[in-house]
Design a protein around this ligand. Structure first.
Ligand code: COA
Length: 376
C-alpha cells in the first residue's frame, strides 16, 4: 500500500495551566460543608419525607471512580466557599485580554518556541474549546492580534473533540496551501461550566490550555510528528449536555436551571463510548495496515481513568503500560478537549524516529477525532 500522508506535521506543542491546585480533599471539605448546611436548612422537609437529603462526597470515591487526584483551577476561593460553590472570575473590560485568549496565548508561546517560530510566522489560528466565553468576535481573532499573527482565525465548538477537530482543520488548511504555519489553541477554562453542587460531577473538570503548531512536513525539523492521516466521526447523543446559550434570558422561568451547566449520564457515557472509541481507533490504524499493537503510543482523551484503561486494553488485547497510554488526568482532571493534546505534549519526546502514535478524543456529541502520527 502506498504510504499515506497529509504532508503536514506537528512542529510545536505547549501546555499552560493556572498555578492554583485544588485537591480532591479540599474540594470535598467544601462540598460536604455545603451538603450539611443545605440539609440543616431543609431539615423539616427531609424529616417529613418531602425532600431528599443531599449526600456527602469523598476523595476516595473520586479517585477510584475517575482516577482524578487534583486539578488546576482559575480560582479556588469560590470553589471552597460552601455558600458560593462557583469560581470567582471577575469580568474583564473590553480593552483587556479575555480569559480564554490569555489561556490560549500562554500555551501558544510555548508551542511556538518549540517550533522555533514567532507570532508573526503564524498565518492561521484555529481555536477549539468545549466552552466559548462569548458569542463574538471570535476569540481566535483576539489571540491572532495578541500574538501579532497574520492571516485569519476562527473558533470551533465540538465538545471534547474540539481540539482534535481544530487540529484537523489546521492540517487541512496547510495541506491546501491556505496556511503555512497554523496555530491550534485550546483554552479550556472548564470550571465555569460545572455544577459544583452536584455530587455526581463536581470533581470531574479542571482548567488548562494547550497549543500545537502545524506546518508542511517539508519544513519540519527532526523530532516533529508527521500527520499521516486524520479521522472524524459524530453520532448524536444527549448523554453529555450543557444547554447554556444566548437564548437563556428569553425564558426567565428556566434561565438559571441546572441544565445550563454541564450534566451527563456518566454510566451510560462509559458504556456507549468504550466500544465506539475502540472501533474508531482500530479502523484508523487498519486503514494504514497497522495492528493496534504497532502504534507505540495512544494519547487518549482524558475523561476517566478506568475508561481509558478499558479502551487501551481492548485495543492491545492486554493492559496498556503508562508509556503506551499515558494518563494526565490524575494531575489535571478532565480538561475537556485539551486532554489528548496535553497527554501528547507531555509524553512524546522519548519515542524514536519512525514510531507511530495515535491521538484520539471522544466526548459530547458524541464526537470522535483521531490523528495518526509518525515521528520524524
Ligand atoms: N462521592 C461518593 N460517592 C459517590 C459520588 C461522590 N461524589 N458520586 C456518586 N457516588 C456513589 C453513587 O451514589 C453510587 O452509589 P449507590 O449505588 O450506593 O447510590 C456509586 O457511587 C456509583 O455511582 P455512579 O454514578 O454509577 O459512579 P461511576 O462508577 O459510574 O462513576 C463517573 C461516575 C462519572 C466518574 C463515571 O461514570 C464516568 O466517568 N463516566 C464517563 C464520563 C465521561 O467520560 N464523560 C465525558 C465528559 S466530557
Amino acid at each position: 500500500m502506498p504510504r499515506t500522508t497529509t504532508g503536514t506535521a506537528i512542529t510545536g506543542h505547549g501546555v499552560w495551566h493556572p498555578p492554583t491546585v485544588l485537591s480532591n480533599e479540599d474540594l470535598c471539605v467544601a462540598f460536604n460543608e455545603f451538603v450539611r448546611r443545605e440539609n440543616a436548612k431543609h431539615a423539616d422537609a427531609i424529616a417529613a419525607g418531602t425532600r431528599e437529603a443531599l449526600r456527602e462526597s469523598s476523595p476516595e470515591f473520586i479517585e477510584k471512580a475517575s482516577g482524578i487526584k487534583g486539578r488546576y483551577v482559575q480560582d479556588r476561593t469560590g470553589l471552597t466557599d460552601p455558600e458560593r460553590m462557583c469560581p470567582n472570575i471577575p469580568d474583564r473590560r473590553e480593552d483587556e485580554l479575555s480569559y480564554q485568549a490569555e489561556y490560549a496565548v500562554n500555551a501558544a508561546r510555548r508551542a511556538l518556541e518549540v517550533a522555533g517560530r514567532t507570532g508573526e510566522d503564524v498565518d492561521l489560528v484555529v481555536l477549539g474549546a468545549a466552552n466559548l466565553q462569548r458569542m463574538y468576535p471570535a476569540i481566535a481573532i483576539e489571540v491572532q492580534n495578541a500574538l501579532g499573527a497574520r492571516g485569519y482565525g476562527f473558533d470551533l465548538s465540538l465538545g471534547c473533540s474540539a481540539a482534535t477537530g481544530a487540529t484537523q482543520l489546521a492540517c487541512q488548511a496547510v495541506r491546501l496551501g491556505q496556511a503555512q504555519c497554523a496555530l491550534v489553541v485550546v483554552p479550556e477554562l472548564t470550571t465555569g461550566h460545572m455544577n459544583w453542587r452536584d455530587r455526581d460531577s463536581h470533581f470531574i473538570f479542571g482548567d488548562a490550555a494547550v497549543s500545537l503548531v502545524v506546518e508542511p512536513v517539508a519544513r519540519a525539523k527532526p523530532g516533529s510528528w508527521e500527520i499521516l492521516s486524520t479521522q472524524m466521526l459524530s453520532k448524536w447523543s444527549n448523554t453529555i449536555r450543557n444547554n447554556k446559550g444566548y437564548l437563556d434570558r428569553c425564558d426567565p422561568q428556566t434561565q438559571f436551571n441546572d441544565d445550563k451547566l454541564f450534566h451527563q449520564q456518566g454510566r451510560r457515557v462509559f458504556k456507549d463510548v468504550v466500544p465506539l472509541a475502540e472501533k474508531f481507533i482500530k479502523e484508523h490504524a487498519s486503514a494504514h495496515d497497522l495492528q493496534p499493537t504497532q502504534v507505540a503510543r495512544y494519547w487518549l482523551h482524558q475523561a476517566n481513568g478506568p475508561m481509558n484503561a478499558l479502551i487501551s486494553k481492548r485495543l492491545l488485547g492486554r493492559d496498556a503500560t503508562r508509556e503506551e497510554a499515558p494518563i494526565i488526568l490524575d494531575e489535571f482532571a478532565n480538561t475537556a478537549s485539551a486532554g489528548s493534546l496535553i497527554a501528547f505534549s507531555r509524553h512524546n519526546v522519548d519515542l524514536p524516529a519512525g514510531s507511530y502514535g495515535m491521538m484520539a478524543s471522544f466526548g459530547a456529541g458524541y464526537s470522535l477525532g483521531s490523528l495518526l502520527l509518525q515521528r520524524q
